[in-house]
Ligand binder design. Structure first.
Ligand code: 4IA
Length: 398
């Protein structure tokens, strides 16, 4: 293995120091060069927006089938049966993605909006009675654990398992460090719950999960693929949006003038969410694997190499963004990397947008001001960014 002519960096994107405050490291990563050799993990990487887009536009060379974490499935066995979407390439990926994309498309979302609005209104009612609330335990988690499993058609019992399950899924994209080991404690119970709940007989009629099985009946995917596709909903749809909502409330508490803008014009909820994803993306880092010798930005990269991408760094790349460190819900956010991109771009992005738009709209109608009211704690994860606790005071608008 050579490092050719790329710059070398000893940054460890999975160290506690990095995860606690990634921004100085993002800058180092971007400024080290368009393509960097990361000596700590023997992989290549980029923190730049342009190169990240180039990688995502070439899934034949930068594949997902060998895993999108640090582990190279060509060399080591994955911790769980690989995802049939995230960790797959064409041609297998193609039809599965089309089926799940259709299940998560506008027809179903139109139907779900009213349910999300009822849940958001009820939640905001409770929040306004308390006024002192935790953004994670009392806002993000109860909201997402209600609306998302309801939409998929999961029963009420044991939904809280989805949070530690997600912690495993996302930690497993990094190295087998302490964070990973800690999240694997109790894995059996949590995995057993998930494996039971993606089965056809346990999914509610009218939910998104059963639609995947119906697509299998119609021959669009196989009956073996269906449960693992429903597993993707449960893996990717909870910790991401929970962290996104916590991060959103953090952004608004720290930028009260942006909250006032949103209150004056609640139609900004959707673009506000995009700016949160740019500014504090919940899903921060992932990999591709080279399928052959290639070159990127003039740097030669051999085949079968892991390639690291920093969403957080690209989302604040000054080559791409004006005033990247400013949170501005009226900015043009097109091109942010919070939902990835290319053929693997987040298939759940429409439902994620709907969930957060509805919640922010409901909160903006009732809350004049959001303040952080005490010490916060991060929810450390190899590839996620968010809070474990975020105490807030909510000031009523009327
Ligand atoms: C899956 C990268 C993240 C958002 C994600 C995690 C799991 C899965 C998909 C995406 O299990 O398919």
């Amino acid at each position: 293995m050579t490092q050719s002519d790329a710059s070398t960096s000893d940054i460890d994107p999975f160290s506690t120091e990095y995860l606690l405050d990634p921004y100085p490291f993002h800058e180092q990563l971007r400024e080290a060069g368009p393509v960097v050799w990361l000596s700590k993990w023997n992989c290549w990487g980029t923190g730049r927006h342009k190169e990240m887009n180039e990688v995502l536009a070439d899934p034949k060379t930068f594949c997902s089938g060998a895993g999108v974490g640090l582990a190279n499935f060509n060399n080591e066995k994955p911790w769980r049966q690989p995802s049939m979407l995230l960790e797959a390439d064409a041609p297998e990926h193609t039809m599965r993605r089309a089926v799940v994309g259709k299940v998560l498309s506008t027809g179903n979302l139109r139907r779900l909006r009213a349910d999300f609005e009822v849940a958001a209104a009820a939640l905001v009612e409770r929040l306004m009675e308390k006024r002192a609330v935790d953004a994670v335990a009392e806002v993000a988690e109860p909201y997402i654990l209600k609306v998302f499993p309801d939409a998929v058609g999961i029963g009420q019992e044991g939904r809280e398992n989805l949070i530690p399950y997600g912690a495993m899924v996302f930690n497993a994209l990094g190295p087998q460090n302490e964070l990973f080991q800690e999240s694997m404690v109790g894995i059996k119970e949590v995995s057993d719950w998930v494996m039971k709940n993606f089965l056809r007989e346990n999914l509610r009629p009218g939910g998104l999960g059963l639609e995947v099985y119906e697509a299998a009946d119609a021959g669009q995917v196989t009956l073996d693929e269906a449960p693992i596709l429903v597993r993707s909903f449960l893996s990717a749809g909870v910790d991401t949006t929970v962290n996104a909502i916590g991060n959103a409330l953090w952004c608004f508490a720290n930028h009260p003038e942006q909250w006032q803008k949103l209150r004056a014009n609640p139609a900004l909820s959707r673009s506000a969410f995009e700016e949160v994803l740019r500014f504090e993306a919940p899903f921060q880092s992932y990999f591709r694997t080279t399928t052959k010798d290639t070159s990127l930005a003039g740097t030669a990269i051999p085949g079968n190499q892991k390639f690291f991408m920093s969403v957080g760094a690209a989302n604040r790349d000054p080559r791409r963004w004006d005033q990247p460190g400013t949170f501005n819900i009226e900015r043009q956010t097109t091109g942010h990397m919070g939902f990835g991109g290319g053929i693997h771009g987040c298939v759940g992005q429409m439902i994620a947008r709907l969930e957060v738009e509805v919640l922010l709209t409901a909160m903006a109608s009732r809350i004049a001001r959001i303040e952080v009211s005490g010490p916060t704690t991060p929810r450390l994860n190899n590839v996620l960014r968010g809070f474990d606790t975020l105490p807030l005071t909510l000031y009523p608008a009327h």
